[in-house]
Design a binder for this molecule. Structure first.
Ligand code: NAP
Length: 242
């Protein structure tokens, strides 16, 4: 069986991606960190659509735990592999740089950038051996443009873009594509503390995006039709910044 693994699949964009990839026929591995209830709800939604899903909790920022969980999954699934990997887990801990604490810097970088590295390095071998794979990394407008109050987040997302472009060149000959989606404001728990009413006046489309819209883009990048797209960063932000 060829699986799709979605990190941070319990909520928000990750949940929508789980549902969309399940529609494409993939059995889904739903990674999450702490929110088991939300992960179970995602699993039920996938199953409700006739799909298959397993929960695979681990902290992507912890290299040892990530290795252990993925190794044990592989040992229990000797005939199976992960063909589609969506590195979506992420957190925001905003602060102006002058007030930013070491922990705020490291937690955000550890989750987005180191998490991408730990998970992808572990799963890459199967994709290269099988000569097919899709890696889709969720960055942000913040990683392209930089946003005040988000030096940690902008740095982590910009680095994720650089690493994705490098890996795309390493893996291209083996039919493994590596792309980045860079959302603007998407309606999820991550932005619920923001002033949507004011912010949406700055967005040409006049609204925040929906997780399902990001999931549709990711599903296309995971499809066979996207075989010739690699090393790209695709913005999905209602025209906010191009
Ligand atoms: P969200 O609703 O806050 O969900 C975050 C997800 O990441 C949850 O499933 C969470 O798991 C998981 N997660 C967080 N830290 C983790 C860790 N250390 N290990 C494993 N899983 C972890 O966020 P979202 O808005 O859907 O964001 C998804 C991605 O899109 C993030 O990378 C974010 O930076 C990016 N993004 C979002 C927006 C936006 O406007 N929403 C814009 C641009 C980019 P638990 O449920 O267990 O906590």
């Amino acid at each position: 069986m060829k699986y799709a693994l979605v990190t941070g699949g319990s909520r928000g964009i990750g949940r929508a991606v789980c549902l969309r990839l399940a529609e494409m026929g993939y059995p889904i591995l739903i990674n999450y960190h702490a929110n088991k209830e939300a992960a179970e709800a995602t699993k039920s939604l996938v199953e409700g659509k006739g799909g298959r899903a397993e929960l695979l909790p681990f902290n992507v920022a912890d290299g040892k735990e990530t290795d252990q969980r993925l190794t044990s999954w592989q040992e229990n699934h000797p005939e199976d592999s992960v063909a589609v990997l969506v590195n979506n887990a992420g957190i925001r801990l905003d602060s102006l740089m002058i007030f930013m604490q070491n922990a705020q810097w490291h937690s955000v970088v550890d989750t987005t950038l180191n998490g991408f590295f730990y998970v992808t390095r572990r799963l890459l071998k199967d994709m290269l051996t099988n000569r097919w794979g899709r890696i889709i990394n969720v960055a942000s407008l913040s990683g392209i443009k930089g946003l005040p109050g988000q030096a940690n987040y902008s740095a982590a997302k910009a680095a994720l873009i650089g690493a994705s472009k490098a890996l795309a060149q390493e893996a291209g000959a083996r039919k493994v594509t590596v792309n980045v989606v860079a959302p603007g404001f998407i309606e999820t728990d991550m932005v619920k503390d923001l002033d949507e009413k004011t912010l949406k006046t700055m967005i040409p489309a006049g609204r925040f995006g929906k997780p399902e819209e990001v999931a549709d883009l990711i599903a296309f990048l995971a499809s066979e039709q996207a075989a010739y797209i690699t090393g790209e960063v695709i913005s999905i932000n209602g025209g906010l910044y191009t």
